[in-house]
Design a protein around this ligand. Structure first.
Ligand SMILES: *Cc1c(COP(=O)(O)O)cnc(C)c1O
Length: 421
């Protein structure tokens, strides 16, 4: 019988495999290059006939230990760790796409992902097509013979939308197109990507996985479900490496050449983070659920958006896709920017900070920060209103968080009284 998530997270896929001196943690090989016993071994390593580390931009034992543990937790065929979540997305799109190809995605993606597609890659000839991912038939209609990937996030932020992953996957697979999901918000603890037809998952391990914002990192997971000989960019690699074509093409070309490798020390911190992932994600989801419920019951709050609430249009889907919890981000509306700012400034525990999935609860006013480069109409099209605040729930004690939210709401009431006077 296969071991459970928490056991695998703590012991790794090969329990009992100790480091030198019997260390219970993988040692940190914080170095750039590795020596070989002979010239022939060195040649064999470079030609891929001998599995050995040569240079840490390409592979490193500490990073490999992290990759193996993430792959085991996710049930993936293989994993590649990279320098950041953005590096994970860039590596995958650059491995699958080419000039003249298109990516079918949604406007409701992480801001820098949208910018990568529309500003960085478009001038190189990659077309970005936006579709409504809450309507799988719209996704199907956007796919054509030049589509190299379908890309979406498991829970969008700050819209809090959940796409029907199985329906999206079958629309893409019917046209021979791989599905890439950004599972940062869910991690393999909440979302069993393979079961829902996801072929490749990218994750910003900076968030939940790092252990609580300890370091920047990213992971690419190949679930082994897509036949890479159907991908024009990977056809040659598929002839040589079969089902490993994507990860080999990355390791031997795109990842190696881009140079966005994960530092060994960051891999060490993030391996440590994995050990407590289930505990921390569980506590964060429980806090999100209870704060969402509490805020929804308050007359000062106009609207709460959290997929775990019965009032969310995505409630049933979220419960089915993420049975262990519906994420640690929620948004709520207070009437306008003045109220939102007053609320934020009255908080004494919850931190005013960007980032999500820290151990600390964080708050941000998305319209004036993450989306400040967009005009009011564009912001509304992206589902971002001036009245909206976003909370990313940490693992603190619930009553302390509620006491802080009370301070915020008292300040909102004062602003409203002032406005009426
Ligand atoms: C943070 C984030 C990213 C980018 O990750 P970095 O590690 O900051 O590069 C990508 N996607 C989502 C959904 C994120 O939340």
């Amino acid at each position: 019988m296969s071991r459970g998530f928490a056991t695998l997270a703590v012991h790794g896929p090969v329990p009992g495999r100790a480091g030198q001196e019997g260390t219970l943690r993988p040692p940190v090989y914080d170095n750039a290059a590795f020596a070989f016993a002979s010239a022939a071994d060195m040649q064999a390593a470079f030609e891929g006939r001998l599995a050995a580390h040569a240079y840490s931009r390409v592979s490193n034992p500490t990073v490999q230990a992290f990759e193996e543990r993430v792959a085991a937790l996710a049930g993936a065929r293989g994993a590649l760790a990279v320098a950041s979540g953005m590096a994970a997305i860039a590596n995958v799109v650059l491995a699958l796409g080419e000039s003249g190809a298109n990516v079918v995605t949604t406007r409701h993606v992480f801001g820098n992902t949208a910018s990568l597609f529309a500003q960085t890659l478009a001038p190189w000839g990659l077309e970005v097509r936006f579709a409504d991912f809450t309507a799988p038939e719209a996704v199907a209609a956007a796919i054509d013979g030049r589509t190299c990937a379908v890309f979406f996030e498991t829970i969008t932020n700050p819209q809090m939308e959940v796409a029907d992953a199985r329906a999206i996957a079958s629309a893409a697979h019917a046209r021979g197109v791989p599905v890439v999901a950004d599972g940062t918000a869910t991690t393999p603890y909440l979302f069993d990507a393979k079961t829902f037809g996801i072929d490749v998952e990218v994750i910003s391990s900076t968030k939940y996985m790092s252990g609580g914002a300890t370091s920047i990192g990213g992971v690419i997971l190949d679930y082994g479900s897509f036949d890479w000989s159907r991908s024009p960019r990977l056809a040659e690699s598929a002839r040589r490496f079969g089902p490993h074509a994507l990860l080999f093409a990355l390791r031997r070309e795109v990842y190696r050449n881009l140079g966005a490798c994960l530092a060994p020390h960051a891999a060490f911190l993030q391996t440590l983070g994995l050990e407590t992932l289930a505990l921390r994600v569980g506590a964060s989801c429980a806090n999100a659920r209870s704060l969402a419920n509490w805020l929804e019951g308050r007359p000062e709050v106009l609207r709460v958006n959290y997929p775990g609430l019965a009032s969310s249009a995505f409630h049933a889907l979220a419960r089915a896709q993420f049975p262990r919890g519906t994420g640690g981000i929620l948004t709520f509306d207070l009437g306008g920017k003045a109220e939102a700012f007053a609320f934020m400034d009255a908080l004494t525990l919850i931190r005013r900070a960007t980032n999500v999935h820290d151990n600390k609860t964080l708050i941000i006013h998305p319209a004036s920060t993450i989306f400040c480069d967009y005009g009011p109409e564009e912001r509304l099209a992206m589902g971002v209103s001036d009245a909206t605040l976003r909370l990313s729930t940490g693992i603190e004690d619930g009553p302390d968080l509620i006491a802080d939210l009370e301070r915020g709401l008292a300040a909102v009431a004062a602003v409203r009284l002032g406005g009426a006077a």
